[in-house]
Write a new protein. Sequence first.
Length: 276
Amino acid sequence: MGKLDGKVAFITGAARGQGRSHALKLAQEGADIIAIDLCAQVSSVGYPLATAEDLAETVEQVEALDRRIVASTADVRDTAQLKKAVDDGVAELGRLDIVLANAGIASFAPIEDLTDEAWDDMIDINLTGVFKTVRAAVPHIKSGGRGGAIVLTSSTAGIKGLANLAHYVAAKHGVVGLVKTLANELAPFEIRVNSVHPTSVDTDMIHNAQTYATFMPDNPDPKREDAAEAFKTLNALPIEWVEPVDISNAIAFLVSDDARYITGVQLPVDAGSVIK
């Protein structure tokens, strides 16, 4: 028996990284999955984003756990695409109980070099896309009459400021505002809303030339082991980064009945980064 038996979760950015990890963790706990990802490149992002092949791999891994999954390519910036993905998933799986607004991008620049395109892409995906995800899903949770749980992925950058990340920090702080408002707005329907705030996570979002150059500007040829030392300086605990499953475990708790009276909270999974 899993803690989420019989429930259905809608997860954005599910093709790889944290999103795939969340899908697998919730499936292990008994949930069926509605999964979407952009599966295309965003021009202002300096590292390769997930592909259709990545999303197909997520489907394969969820199905290997004997859970159902409805996956599609959709852009969190596009209301019509989001609505279709959720509507089609609920039509096939029968209900919706959980929403994980996980899709996000990263890019870096000092404020004077931050382009309109980079700012707009960041806010559109990492903040407006979160809002549109919740908006598309809430009617289905309400119609079930069973309550539900929503977790929005923020960051340590949603709690403190980080240099060269003004657009990212603004978006992630905005997510916190959404959490506090939605937790109040949806409480009468027994829908809980919380956020998770990871430190650096061992995914493609940090392991790429763009991110390495930001954190190690004086290293012309940085390697993973060099990055480990650089990222370790962000955390109070002596680790370089957390694993995707560490975030998934926190989310599985927040969406389960173990957290039935927890709403409106900002949960760091950060190795002490925000207290350092």
